[in-house]
Write a new protein. Structure first.
Lengths: 819, 560
C-alpha cells in the first residue's frame, strides 16, 4: 500500500525539493571575515553617496588589520528607538551607535550607554586624536553630557538660517517698496517677516496658494528655533520641571500661527506643500516659496539641483525686541539666535568590543578622520559631476576646514556656508534631559494642534507640558514604590505550578485504571506533552507574567516597582486621549474594512459561481494579492497612494478625471488625517481574495435541490439569494466576521511599514492601532508595565467582541443541524 | 432657489430622465406600450437641462465627498428605512417584528458610525458638482453604446438561450474589469521597477511606460575608462594619479565597490569605451543631436554635436535645463542588479535573506505539522484522565490574541539568550498550534476505527499506527496546514522586528521594510527589490494553487 504519495505526491515532492534547496542556499553564507574582531556600527547607511564614510572605514581597517568594521542602518539613532532598545535590552547591541544628540540623555538616564569619561581621561595625554571638550563647539559638546558625564562624542553639527530667493524679491521689488520694505535685503525681525510674507504671498482665485512668502515650518525650523530666539527654555535648570508652556514659548508659537494665518491657514499651506516634489521639484527651487528656514545640509542640494538660482542665506529673523536690544533683551549680547542639532557616536552598554569602538570613534571624529572623509566625499561628488558642499562639523578645526580647504567653488555658496559657520557661536541646543524624546514629540504635537487651530497656543503648550511633567514626576517619585525582586514572582509561579501538578497527580491516581488503560494514558500524556509544555511556557506563564507586570513599572534594565493599579488608571486618566484614539481607530478599521472586504469577496464569488468559463484564471487573479506579504504590499501601496500626482498612480488618475470633472482636489491618502485609515481599508479590500475563496467554497456547499425546488415554486433570483443563498452562507459569514475582526483589532505590520515618517503614527495618530500602542510602549519606551496593561485591555476587548458575536449569532446564523 | 440647489436638482432630473428614456425605448422595442415613461423621461431631461448652466455639453455629476464611515452610515440609514417601510407594509406579524428589529439595529449602527465620524477631526462633508465634458462625437458614441445595450437586451429577451449568452458576456466584462483593478498594483509594481530615476516623479505628469536613456559607446580622451582585475573581480576604473608604472585608480563599476581606490600596474589596464548619453539641444541657433562628453562640477554639461553634419564634432557647454536627453521605450534591468548591490555585504546579495526565510518557513512547517498532528492524534484517539479539561483549555487559547504574550515572551527568549538569532522565530512551532490541533483532531475523529484496530492487531504501537496509518489518512488537511503555515511564517514581520538585530539573521519580510526605510529615495531599486521578494511566494502559489484553494475551503469548516 502506498500511503505516502498518490495524489498528493506533488506536494510531498515540493516539500522535499524545498528541503533539498536548504543546504544549497546555506552555501550563501554571510561575508563575515573569520579571525577578525567585529566592530558593528549602527545608525549610518552605506549608499551610493557615502564614499566619505567608506573611506574612513577602509582607513581604519588598514590601520587596524585585525578589525572588521560593519556598518548598518537598522533604523537606529534617530526617531525609531525600538530597534535600538530591543537590541540593547536583548543583550546583542552594536559596538557604536550614531545617535541623535538630543535624545541621548533618554538612553543615558536608563543606563543604556557607556560613560566615556574614563576613556577620555586615560587617553587625553597620550593620544592626540583623543576627543576633548576644547576641540568642539561648546554647545555641541554640552548636548552630549548628561548629569556631568560624557556619553557621546559629537560628529556633525547642523544649524539653521534663512534662505531667501532674491529673484522673487526682485520681481516684487515695486510692491515691497510700496509697503516700505527693502527688496535688497531679507527680513531681520519677526514683524518684518510678517510684512514681507504679506507682500510675497499670492493666492489663486479659489483661495489656494500660488506662491508663499514664508512658511515657518517648511524646511527645518520646527517650533524649537523660534522659541530659542525668544529666550524660551524648555526645562528648568535642575531638570525637574518642564517649562514648555512659558510665555516666551507661547509668543513664538503665536508667531508661527500668525505667519500661517497670512497664508490662509495651516491646512492651506500644507496642501500647497503636498504639491511639491523632491530634489529638483522642491517648492523652494521652483520659486514657489520666497523664504524658508533650513539647515546647512540644504546647501548641497541647492548647489546640485538649482545651481543657477539667485539665492542668499542670512541669519534667521529674531523677535523685534531682541533685534533692537530692548525690553527683556536690553542686556542680551547676541542679536541673532539659531538652533543646532546633530549626531554623536556612543558606545552602548553591553557592547562586545569597547576598545575597538573607542579607537574607531577617536579616529573617525578626529581632524585626521574628517579630512579623509571630506577628501573622499569631495572626490566622489566631483567625479560624478556634482558640486560638493560639506555639512558642518562639531569639531572646531574640521569646521574651519570646510570653509578654506574644502570651500565650495561657487562664491555664492561659499558666502552662504560662511553665514552658517558664523552662526555656530549663537546656536542653542535642546536641553539634555531624559525626557528629550518625549519633549520633542510633545512639542511637535503642541505645534500641530495650535497651527491646525484645534487649541490655543497656550492650551496646547500646557497640555504638552503636563505630559512631560508627568513623566518627570514619575521618575523623581519612583523611589516611593517598592522594588520587587523578580525571583519572588517567579518562585510564586513555580510553587503554584508545582502545586497544580501535585493536584493533577492526585486526581490522576484517584482514577482506577487497568494496566492497559494506564499504558494508554501514559502514551496520551506523552503525546500531548509538547503542547502542554508550550502552553505552560509560552502562553500561561507569559499571561501570568504580563498580568503581574501590568501592576508594575518595569523598564527591563532595572528591577520592576510595584505601582498597583496606576497603569490602568493612566489609561483612563493621563493617556486617555491616545488610548481611546487607538481603539476608535481599530474599531473604524474593523467596522468598515472587514464588511467591505467581505462584500467585495462575496460579489466576486457570486460572479465566479455562475459557472463562467475561465473561472480558474479569474480566481487566480483575484486571489493573488492576498498572498503578497504585508510588508511588500504596504511598500507598494504607499507608492501607489503617493499624494503627489507625478508619483502616485491613483492621484495621477484622479487629477485627470475627478479633478477636472468635479473640481475636487486629490486627497493626501496616507499623509492626511481624514484618509489615512481609508487608505489602509482600500489595501485590505485589495486582499479580499482569500475571503472570496471561502465564499466560493460556501456557495459550492449550498444544495442545488433547494434552488430547484424554489424555482418550481416560482421564486425570483432575488428571493433565492436572500432566502436560500444568504442563510446557507451565514456560517461562513460568521466565521469570516469573527476572524476578520480579531485580525483587524490586531493590525500592525502594514501600519508599521506605511506610516509616514513623523513623530506620530500617521498624521494626528490616525493610524495608531492598539497593538501599535502596546508595541511603542513596550519596545520603544520600554514601559513594560503599561504595555502589559494595554495588552490585557486588548485581550478583553477582543474577548468581548467575540462573545458578543457568539451571543448574537443564533439570531442570524443558520445551521443545518440545530445545536 | 440658489444655483447650487438648482444644479443638484437639474443633475438628478437629467439622470432620471435618461434612465426613463432608455427604459422607454427598451419597452417600445418590446412592443409594449411605454409611451408614458418615454414622455415623462423626455420631460425630465428637458427640465433638468434647463436648470443646468447653458453652453456646456457635459454629463452632469453630483458627488458627496465624505469618508467611508459616512457612506456606511448612509447605507445603514437607507437599509433601516427600507426595513421599516417593508415592516409597515408587511401583513405577516412575525416577519414584521424581525424587520422592525433589524431596521432599528441599522439605525443604531448609523449612529455609531456617525460618532466615529465625529471622532475624526479632519473629516469633512461636501457636495461636489461638475460634469464630464462631452464633445459631439462623444455624445453620439455614448448614445450608440446605450442603444447597443438596449438592443442587446431586447435581442436577449427573445429566448432563454440568448438571455444566457448576454448574461455570460456581462459577467465576463465585469470580471475582466475587476481583474484589471486587482491587477493594476502588480502591473504598476513591475513598471516602476523598470523605470529610471528621472521618470519616477516627472514635472510633466506621471510616466507610465518605462523609458531608458539612449547612450552610445564613447572613448573619453579626458577621462578614459579602463578594465582591470581587483581581488579577482573585473572592475571598471578611472585613473586618479600616475607615478611611473603604478597608477592609483578609482572604481566605477560594480556599484557596490564604487568609489574605492587602489593601486594597480599600468600594464594591467585595458581601455574600454564609456556610455555617453545622447541628447538634443540648440547650438548656434540650430537644433542638434549630440552626446554628453562631460558633466561638469557646477552642473553644466559639455555636449559634442553629432548631427547635423555641419556642426559635427563641435563642443559647447550647456546649462542642464537646456539639454534634453534622448530616450526610448525600454526596461532598466539595472534596477534589479543595483537593488542587490546596495544590500549590506553580510546579506550576500539577498541570498542570506532568502536562506533565513527558508529556514524559518521549513522549520515552522515541519514543526507545526509534526507537533500538531501528534497532539491532535492523542486528543482524538487516546483516552487519559483530564483529556476533556485539557482540550477545553486548548479551545480557549484559540481566541487568545498574541499581544498578551508578546512582552513576556520577549523576556523569556532574552533570558535564554536567543535574541538576534532565528530560534525565537521557529522553536515555538514545535509545540503545536491550537487551531491546527483542533482542525486535525476533527479529521482524525473521522478516520474509521477499523483501520487502527487492524494496525493494532498487526502489533503496531501508538507511534507506529499514528505514523503509518493515521497520518496518511489526513494528508489533505496536512497539505492545507503546510500551506497556511508557509504563508504565515513567510509573511511574519513583527517577530523578526523584535528579535533580529543583524542582517545575517534577517528574513525577507523584515528586509523589505528595512530596505524601504533606507532607500525610499530610490523607488526604482525599492520596487525591484519588492518584486524579487514576492516572486518566490507567487511562484509557489502558481505551483500549488490547488492546495491554497482547498486550504481555504477546509478552514471554512471551522465555521460550520
Amino acid at each position: 500500500m502506498r500511503l505516502w504519495g498518490g495524489t498528493h505526491g506533488r506536494l510531498t515532492a515540493t516539500a522535499l525539493a524545498a528541503l533539498a534547496a536548504l543546504p544549497c542556499i546555506s552555501l550563501a553564507s554571510p561575508i563575515i571575515e573569520k579571525g577578525k574582531r567585529q566592530l558593528v556600527i549602527w545608525g549610518v547607511t552605506l549608499g551610493p553617496d557615502t564614499k566619505g564614510l567608506e573611506a574612513v572605514v577602509h582607513a581604519f581597517e588598514a590601520a587596524n588589520p585585525d578589525v572588521h568594521v560593519r556598518v548598518l542602518s537598522m533604523g537606529a539613532g534617530g526617531m525609531n528607538p525600538q530597534k535600538q532598545m530591543t537590541a540593547i535590552v536583548g543583550g546583542s547591541p552594536p559596538d557604536i551607535i550614531q545617535q541623535d544628540r538630543f535624545s541621548m540623555a533618554d538612553w543615558a538616564s536608563r543606563g543604556a550607554f557607556l560613560p566615556l569619561d574614563d576613556l577620555i581621561a586615560r587617553d587625553r595625554n597620550t593620544d592626540s586624536d583623543c576627543p576633548t571638550p576644547e576641540k568642539f563647539y561648546p554647545a555641541a559638546w554640552a548636548e552630549a553630557v548628561y548629569e556631568g558625564k560624557v556619553y557621546g562624542i559629537p560628529d556633525g553639527a547642523d544649524n539653521r538660517a534663512l534662505y531667501w530667493n532674491r529673484e522673487i524679491f526682485r520681481a516684487k521689488a515695486a510692491e515691497l517698496r510700496a509697503a516700505g520694505l527693502n527688496p535688497d535685503r531679507p527680513p531681520r525681525t519677526w514683524s518684518e517677516v510678517k510684512a514681507y510674507n504679506k507682500v510675497l504671498t499670492e493666492f489663486k482665485p479659489d483661495g489656494t496658494l500660488m506662491q508663499a512668502g514664508f512658511m515657518p515650518n517648511f524646511g527645518n525650523s520646527w517650533f524649537y528655533m523660534f522659541a530659542f530666539q525668544n529666550n524660551a527654555k524648555f526645562m528648568s535648570d535642575d531638570g525637574k520641571h518642564c517649562t514648555l508652556d512659558s510665555p516666551p514659548a507661547e509668543e513664538a508659537l503665536q508667531f508661527m500661527l500668525d505667519c500661517y494665518e497670512q497664508l490662509g491657514g495651516y491646512e492651506n499651506a500644507r496642501a500647497f506643500e503636498a504639491g511639491f516634489g523632491v530634489r529638483q521639484l522642491d517648492g523652494f527651487y521652483g520659486g514657489r516659496v520666497a523664504m524658508k528656514i533650513d539647515g546647512d545640509w540644504s546647501l548641497n542640494n541647492l548647489a546640485r539641483y538649482a545651481p543657477t538660482m539667485d539665492v542668499a542665506v542670512a541669519p534667521p529673523p529674531v523677535p523685534d525686541d531682541r533685534f533692537y536690544h530692548r525690553g527683556l533683551f536690553t542686556n542680551e549680547k547676541d542679536t541673532f539666535i539659531t538652533w543646532m542639532g546633530g549626531f554623536c557616536q556612543v558606545i552602548p552598554r553591553g557592547a562586545r568590543n569597547v576598545e575597538d569602538a573607542w579607537r574607531y570613534i577617536k579616529f573617525a571624529l578626529s581632524l585626521k578622520g574628517k579630512t579623509i572623509k571630506l577628501d573622499a566625499d569631495r572626490r566622489w561628488q566631483i567625479s560624478r559631476g556634482h558640486p560638493y558642499i560639506s555639512g558642518q562639523m562639531a569639531n572646531l578645526e574640521a569646521n574651519r576646514m570646510i570653509l578654506n580647504r574644502y570651500a565650495p567653488a561657487d562664491e555664492k555658496f561659499r558666502k552662504s556656508l560662511e553665514v552658517h559657520v558664523s552662526l555656530m557661536q549663537v546656536s542653542r541646543v535642546r536641553p539634555p534631559t531624559f525626557v528629550g524624546q518625549l519633549l520633542w514629540d510633545q512639542h511637535v504635537e503642541a505645534m500641530d494642534k495650535t497651527l491646525r487651530r484645534q487649541m490655543s497656543a497656550k492650551a496646547a503648550l500646557q497640555a504638552g507640558q503636563a505630559v512631560v511633567q508627568r513623566e518627570l514626576d514619575a521618575f523623581y517619585s519612583q523611589d516611593k514604590y517598592p522594588q520587587i525582586d523578580l525571583r519572588v514572582p517567579i518562585a510564586i509561579f513555580a510553587l503554584l505550578g508545582l502545586a497544580g501538578a501535585g493536584v493533577l497527580n492526585l486526581l490522576y491516581r484517584r482514577h482506577k485504571l487497568g494496566r492497559l488503560s494506564r499504558h494508554e494514558a501514559r502514551w496520551g500524556y506523552a503525546l500531548v506533552s509538547p503542547w502542554v509544555f508550550g502552553f505552560a511556557v509560552l502562553t500561561l506563564g507569559p499571561m501570568l507574567m504580563s498580568l503581574f507586570f501590568s501592576f508594575t513599572r518595569y523598564n527591563v534594565l532595572s528591577p520592576p516597582r510595584w505601582v498597583g493599579v496606576q497603569n490602568y488608571a493612566e489609561m483612563v486618566g493621563a493617556d486617555r486621549a491616545t488610548f481611546l484614539k487607538a481603539f476608535s481607530n481599530a474599531l473604524y478599521f474593523a467596522g468598515i474594512g472587514v464588511p467591505l472586504s467581505l462584500i467585495t469577496g462575496l460579489g466576486i464569488a457570486l460572479l465566479l459561481n455562475t459557472g463562467v468559463r475561465g473561472m480558474r484564471f479569474y480566481r487566480t487573479f483575484f486571489y493573488m494579492p492576498s498572498i503578497v506579504p504585508a510588508t511588500a504590499s504596504a511598500v507598494l501601496w504607499a507608492w501607489l497612494l503617493a499624494p503627489d500626482a507625478s508619483k502616485g498612480l491613483l492621484n495621477a488618475a484622479w487629477s485627470h478625471t475627478i479633478q477636472p470633472w468635479l473640481g475636487a482636489s486629490a486627497p493626501g491618502w496616507v499623509t492626511s488625517e481624514a484618509w489615512a485609515k481609508d487608505s489602509l481599508i482600500m489595501m485590505g479590500v485589495w486582499g479580499a481574495g482569500s475571503g472570496m475563496l471561502l465564499w466560493l467554497a460556501g456557495l459550492k456547499g449550498v444544495p442545488t435541490q433547494l434552488y430547484e425546488a424554489s424555482a418550481i415554486d416560482g421564486a425570483t433570483p432575488k428571493q433565492q439569494f436572500w432566502r436560500i443563498t444568504m442563510p446557507q452562507l451565514s456560517p461562513v459569514i460568521f466565521f469570516n466576521l469573527v476572524v476578520g475582526l480579531v485580525g483587524a483589532m490586531q493590525e500592525f505590520d502594514r501600519v508599521y511599514v506605511m506610516k509616514p515618517d513623523e513623530g506620530t503614527v500617521g498624521p494626528g495618530d490616525s493610524l495608531l492601532m492598539p497593538v501599535y500602542h502596546l508595541f511603542n510602549n513596550g519596545f520603544a519606551f520600554f514601559r513594560m508595565g503599561y504595555a502589559s496593561a494595554i495588552a490585557w485591555i486588548i485581550f478583553f476587548v477582543i474577548l468581548a467582541l467575540t462573545v458578543f458575536q457568539f451571543w448574537i449569532a443564533p439570531r442570524w446564523v443558520h445551521y443545518e443541524v440545530e445545536r | 432657489m440658489n444655483s447650487a440647489g438648482a444644479y443638484a436638482i437639474g443633475t438628478l432630473l437629467v439622470w432620471l430622465g435618461a434612465v426613463l428614456v432608455a427604459r422607454g425605448i427598451y419597452q417600445i422595442l418590446q412592443r409594449k406600450m411605454a409611451l408614458v415613461g418615454l414622455i415623462a423621461g423626455g420631460v425630465a431631461l428637458v427640465a433638468g437641462s434647463m436648470l443646468l448652466p447653458k453652453g456646456k455639453t457635459q454629463i452632469p455629476l453630483l458627488w458627496p465627498v465624505m469618508p467611508f464611515v459616512l457612506w456606511a452610515g448612509l447605507g445603514c440609514i437607507l437599509y433601516g428605512m427600507g426595513q421599516l417601510l417593508a415592516a409597515a407594509l408587511d401583513p405577516n406579524g412575525r416577519v414584521r417584528g424581525e424587520r422592525y428589529r433589524s431596521g432599528t439595529l441599522a439605525f443604531g449602527g448609523a449612529v455609531l458610525l456617525g460618532l466615529l465620524f465625529r471622532a475624526t477631526p479632519d473629516a469633512t462633508v461636501a457636495l461636489l458638482e461638475g460634469g464630464i465634458p462631452l464633445s459631439l462625437s462623444g455624445l453620439v458614441g455614448l448614445g450608440a453604446l446605450a442603444m447597443a445595450a438596449i438592443l442587446a437586451m431586447v435581442w436577449a429577451q427573445a429566448s432563454l438561450e440568448r438571455h444566457r449568452i448576454l448574461k455570460r458576456v456581462a459577467t465576463h466584462v465585469t470580471l475582466l474589469a475587476g481583474s484589471v483593478v486587482f491587477g493594476i498594483p502588480f502591473l504598476w509594481l513591475l513598471l516602476t521597477s523598470f523605470k529610471q530615476e528621472r521618470d519616477m516623479a516627472s514635472p510633466d505628469g506621471i510616466v507610465l511606460v518605462p523609458h531608458v536613456d539612449v547612450t552610445v559607446p564613447f572613448r573619453n580622451p579626458k577621462q578614459p575608462l579602463y578594465e582591470t582585475l581587483h581581488d579577482g573581480e573585473t572592475v571598471e576604473v578611472n585613473v586618479l594619479e600616475t607615478s611611473g608604472d603604478r597608477v592609483t585608480v578609482d572604481i566605477q563599476k560594480p556599484m557596490g565597490l564604487r568609489g574605492q581606490t587602489f593601486e594597480a600596474d599600468k600594464s594591467g589596464l585595458k581601455e574600454i569605451p564609456t556610455q555617453a548619453a545622447v541628447v538634443t539641444a540648440v547650438m548656434e541657433g540650430k537644433p542638434i543631436r549630440g552626446i554628453v562628453v562631460e558633466d561638469m562640477e557646477d552642473g553644466h554639461r559639455l555636449v559634442q554635436a553629432t548631427s547635423p553634419p555641419e556642426l559635427k564634432g563641435k563642443e559647447a557647454v550647456f546649462s542642464p535645463s537646456d539639454v534634453q536627453p534622448v530616450t526610448r521605450i525600454g526596461l532598466r534591468w539595472a534596477n534589479y542588479t543595483e537593488a542587490l548591490d546596495f544590500l549590506p555585504p553580510e546579506a550576500d546579495r539577498g541570498l542570506v535573506y532568502l536562506r533565513n526565510t527558508l529556514v524559518i518557513v521549513v522549520l515552522n512547517v515541519i514543526g507545526t505539522i509534526l507537533a500538531s498532528a501528534i497532539v491532535a492524534y492523542a486528543f482524538a484517539r487516546l483516552r487519559f484522565p483530564g483529556k476533556n479539561g485539557l482540550f477545553a483549555v486548548l479551545l480557549a487559547t484559540m481566541m487568545l490574541p498574541g499581544a498578551v504574550t508578546l512582552l513576556p515572551q520577549f523576556l523569556i527568549f532574552r533570558g535564554l539568550g536567543w535574541t538576534d538569532s532565528l530560534l525565537p522565530l521557529w522553536v515555538p512551532a514545535f509545540f503545536g498550534s491550537a487551531f491546527n490541533i483542533f482542525l486535525l483532531r476533527q479529521f482524525f475523529l473521522n478516520v474509521p476505527m477499523e483501520l487502527e484496530d487492524a494496525a493494532k492487531i498487526d502489533g503496531c504501537g501508538y507511534l507506529k499506527s499514528f505514523w503509518a496509518v493515521m497520518l496518511p489518512q489526513v494528508k489533505p488537511a496536512l497539505a492545507v496546514i503546510a500551506i497556511w503555515t508557509f504563508l504565515g511564517s513567510w509573511n511574519s514581520f513583527m517577530a523578526p522586528l523584535i528579535y533580529v538585530n543583524s542582517p545575517e539573521h534577517m528574513p525577507i519580510s523584515y528586509a523589505v521594510q528595512m530596505y524601504s526605510s533606507d532607500r525610499s529615495g530610490e523607488p526604482g531599486l525599492l520596487m525591484a527589490f519588492v518584486t524579487m521578494s514576492i516572486l518566490p511566494v507567487l511562484l509557489l502559489f502558481f505551483f500549488a494553487q490547488r492546495y491554497f484553494v482547498e486550504g481555504v475551503t477546509l478552514s471554512g469548516i471551522g465555521g460550520r
